[in-house]
Design a protein around this ligand. Structure first.
Ligand SMILES: [Zn+2]
Length: 289
């Protein structure tokens, strides 16, 4: 469940701990984590690597080595990374991998549900791998409402489903999609291709504002996510709608409702986010006026 703000928080915390460090030994205890590579093979390939940069693309954490290979870490549902500086390691039955650094520090990867993945790619594979799976980075300065509009214009799906598709915009998941839609006053069941210019701009602004707020709060901790020092994020205290069914909307006081959109639990304000109240119905792809 970690999304862009959680991974970006992780990246910022790990960067000073990992850059310049060498992976002395790597142990991988779970076949699912390294698949399709064998755990022992991947661990062997990672051992000895020196970290040059810690990056992020969408929900992927990118550990770049000085030989231009990159370890892609995806936490999926319940993964987390923890760093210890020369401390005795606590027992953890859910630890799936352990990295020993050349300064005596350790990085443990924990994953209760085991959907997380580690994959090592060479410089000629990386861009193709990421570009096939991810759309633009929403917090880049060059990302504009027009780019979001192009991605949505091809979609006949509900707006929320389109936003959750990582090829529309990278890094937005269930939490920040709901938060962005509330900020933009848009109903998640609106047709993705049906937004006008003002609505597109509101959504673009809403996505960026929700993600920035998440980063400023060091992400949200609902169950498994934590920062590398074990601290929880604080964004869960600031959700506008996510998980707040039955509580008043801070804008209008109407009680927030839970529904299911695109197969996901979805929270909205029924007053602020109406399903095309002033629009003519669209029939057979043509607008009746
Ligand atoms: Zn409201």
């Amino acid at each position: 469940m970690p999304e862009l703000p959680e991974i970006e928080t992780l990246r910022r915390a790990l960067e000073p701990l990992l850059v310049g460090r060498r992976f002395e030994t790597v142990e991988i205890f779970d076949r699912r984590l390294s698949a399709p590579a064998e755990p022992r093979t991947l661990a062997g390939e990672l051992s000895g690597g020196r970290v040059q940069r810690v990056g992020r693309r969408g929900k992927y954490l990118l550990v770049e080595f000085d030989d231009e290979r990159t370890l892609l870490v995806h936490l999926r549902m319940s993964g987390s990374l923890r760093h210890w500086a020369r401390a005795a390691l606590p027992e953890d039955p859910y630890r799936r991998a352990l990295i020993s650094l050349d300064d005596g520090g350790m990085v443990g990867y924990r994953d209760v549900r085991r959907f997380g993945t580690w994959r090592l790619l060479g410089p000629d594979e990386l861009d193709g791998y990421l570009d096939a799976r991810l759309g633009p980075e929403p917090l880049e300065a060059s990302y504009g409402a027009a780019e979001l509009g192009v991605a949505l214009s091809r979609r006949r799906t509900p707006l929320k489903a389109a936003i959750l598709d990582q090829r529309t915009v990278a890094g937005v998941g269930n939490i920040y999609a709901d938060e962005a839609l509330w900020r933009a006053r848009l109903h998640p069941r609106r047709e993705a291709a049906g937004l006008d210019a003002d609505e597109l701009r509101a959504l673009w602004r809403g996505i960026r504002a929700a993600l920035r707020r998440g980063i400023a709060c060091q992400g949200s901790t609902l169950r498994d996510y934590a920062q590398p020092d074990g601290q929880e994020g604080r964004m869960q205290r600031e959700f506008k709608v996510y998980g707040r069914g039955g509580e008043p909307c801070e804008r209008c006081g109407t009680l927030i409702e839970r529904s299911v959109v695109a197969g996901r639990g979805t929270w909205t304000c029924p007053a602020c986010q109406q399903l095309t109240p002033t629009r003519a119905p669209v029939v057979a792809g043509r607008s009746r006026s």
